[in-house]
Design a binder for this molecule. Structure first.
Ligand SMILES: *[C@@H]1O[C@H](CO)[C@@H](O)[C@H](O)[C@H]1NC(C)=O
Length: 575
């Protein structure tokens, strides 16, 4: 090799080495923090003066507060599916109209179809290391108990630690059961059907229409079915209270009091590993807090002004602070986009065994978790920061959506959004960086299950945001709550629909007759028709068959039936 060539090579080499850190620096790290069942009225920077949330507030101070950020559903599984995919949950079959609209068992074949593209899959494409710590709630195995068909690892996450399902009040030790809360709904209907069938069978036998044999077989089957349903519903803790690390069942039942500390430790370990390997990362901290069963750690118990619920909110804020501190200590803070949100609004009907309220507070907004389209169920406390890109201390009151996360992250990571399917979210960066002042969402559709209950309209000019309400929850007389969760199928059709000016009446207190505003009304109905037409029918994940517990999909620690217990060696005695 001659000298000239050698020099060229040397220059190229030096140039590459010098430029390498610059190009890797450009890729921002991403930390998403998702609370469970947290209300918009629970957070300091959203106006709460009695709960202490300094760490969440600090994200708003260093970045932006989104005062009209909306989840795509008012219940966990559909809302989280939309957040992960940037699409209305109806497009992935995650939005049924039945009473059970979320995953209630680990051992069921439903879940987010693997044909969906999550932001984690996009992050993999962009060369990121990805991790999910905490709650998943998008399905688990499908055909056998260890095929892990719907596992986070099949949805773009390199690492998973946490709970396949969700926290449930049954996971506590005070004897409380979701079953009892549901009693007034599904179970009442079930018991009625069983009684009617039983009594008719006996009548038919008495009048001689059927013999003793068929009669006894039917009665036996009815008793068997009722008994099994009761047994299963009374054992949700045994069946569901599990923690996995990747594909290993490591803890059963969950020690809830140390859960938050364990999630933080796992998250920090993930960050430390990225410090060591230098890979850009996307980490989702999907807190199991502040869903019931509430079990704040000893350190937080009794410390807030709002019972165990308030203690749990403050503990979660502490955990957020721990993650922010780690970013700082590991030198990631200046190059990390941090987003904090809740999967939907606070649960207004949630009570413990003593009948005390244990759900969140949705501030001035009407309704809450499970209510469909009213803002209390879908307007979520959201703050976002990205040093150098999003101006510190800014606020955006434009309508934005959790479905915007996927396109926003795609832009930040420098990968295109999927082009083979409809993505309903829009990149929020132009709005957050001040390039534009009007939301890219001209229309938004608010679902209850698989039905659109309301349409939101942000005209391109002016500043008013309109909401057209076609259906309202079937509230208890004189109140704005249902018995436990509102049933989408029982919602009341409003004819003619109500129109709200959400800018001057965010609490949805002054309904206007939509027909009095024919131009706005016509535009919104037209947009709705267009939307409904472009949502292709897909298999519903929550069919009556799919929500039934499957014995062959059931997991059990060490196969040690029926006690199924184990402790995570990694944390033994640590917390
Ligand atoms: C703060 O949050 C708590 C807990 O949800 C709630 O009870 C309280 O009313 C809120 N306070 C204010 C001032 O918003």
């Amino acid at each position: 090799m001659n000298m000239g060539r050698c020099k060229t090579w040397l220059l190229l080499l030096v140039g590459t080495v010098l430029l390498l850190p610059l190009t890797t620096c450009k890729k921002p790290n991403i930390l998403l923090l998702i609370a469970d069942d947290l209300g918009i009225g629970d957070i300091g920077c959203f106006g709460n003066t009695t709960l202490r949330t300094p760490n969440i507030d600090s994200i708003a101070r260093d970045g932006a507060l989104l005062s009209q950020h909306l989840s795509a559903a008012s219940l966990c599984s559909p809302s989280r599916a939309a957040l992960l995919t940037g699409r209305y949950p109806a497009r992935s079959g995650m939005a049924p109209n039945t009473v059970i609209r979320v995953s209630l068992f680990n051992a069921c074949p439903y879940g987010l179809p693997t044909s969906e593209i999550t932001f984690a899959k996009l992050a993999k494409q962009a060369g990121y290391k990805t991790g999910l710590i905490g709650k998943w709630h998008q399905g688990w195995s499908r055909d056998s108990f260890n095929d892990f068909h719907h596992h986070p690892r099949n949805h773009g996450f390199d690492y998973f630690y946490g709970i396949p399902l969700t926290n449930l009040k049954d996971f506590g030790d005070d004897g409380d059961r979701v079953l009892f809360s549901f009693l007034s709904h599904a179970l009442k209907r079930f018991i009625t059907v069983v009684l009617v069938l039983g009594i008719s069978t006996i009548c038919l036998y008495r009048v001689g229409y059927i013999g003793i044999m068929p009669c006894s077989v039917i009665i036996f089957l009815l008793v068997l079915i009722t008994g099994s349903v009761y047994l299963i519903m009374d054992n949700l803790k045994l069946l569901n209270s599990t923690i996995y690390r990747n594909f290993d069942l490591v803890e059963q039942p969950i020690d809830l009091e140390t859960q938050m500390a364990k999630e933080v430790a796992e998250g920090q370990e993930f960050l430390q590993a990225r410090r060591n390997d230098g890979e850009p990362f996307l980490l989702v901290m999907s807190w199991v807090h502040v869903h019931v069963f509430l079990a704040p750690a000893q350190k937080f118990l009794g410390k807030s002004k709002h019972g165990k619920y308030g203690d749990s909110v403050e503990e979660m804020d502490w955990a957020v602070g721990e993650m922010l501190n780690s970013l700082q200590q590991l030198g990631f803070a200046d190059n990390t986009l941090v987003y904090f949100t809740s999967d939907h609004g606070g649960h207004l009907e949630e009570r413990n065994v003593r009948g005390e309220l244990e759900g969140g507070y949705n501030g001035i907004y009407k309704g809450g978790k499970g209510h469909g389209a009213v803002d209390g169920g879908i307007r979520v406390p959201t703050v976002i920061k990205w040093p150098g890109r999003i101006r510190a201390g800014s606020t955006s009151s434009e309508p934005t959506s959790q479905m915007d996360v996927l396109p926003t992250l795609a832009n930040a990571m420098g990968v295109p959004v999927p082009s083979d399917r409809r993505i309903d979210g829009h990149d929020m960066l132009p709005l957050l960086t001040g390039q534009t002042s009007v939301s890219s969402h001209e229309f938004m559709f608010h679902y209850c299950g698989s039905d659109v209950h309301a349409v939101r309209y942000r005209p391109r000019g002016g500043s008013i945001v309109w909401k057209l309400t076609l259906k309202e929850p079937n509230y208890l007389p004189g109140r704005q709550v249902c018995e436990f969760v509102c049933n989408c199928a029982a919602a009341i059709t409003i004819d003619p629909p109500h129109l709200y000016d959400m800018t001057s009446d965010p609490g949805e207190k002054q309904p206007m007759n939509a027909t009095d505003h024919p131009q706005v009304y016509k535009k919104m109905i037209h947009a709705l028709e267009e939307h409904v037409q472009n949502v292709k029918p897909v298999p519903n994940q929550y069919t009556f068959r799919n929500v039934m517990w499957r014995p062959w999909l059931q997991m059990c620690c060490n196969n040690n039936y029926p006690s199924c217990t184990c402790q995570d060696d990694k944390f033994n005695g640590k917390f």
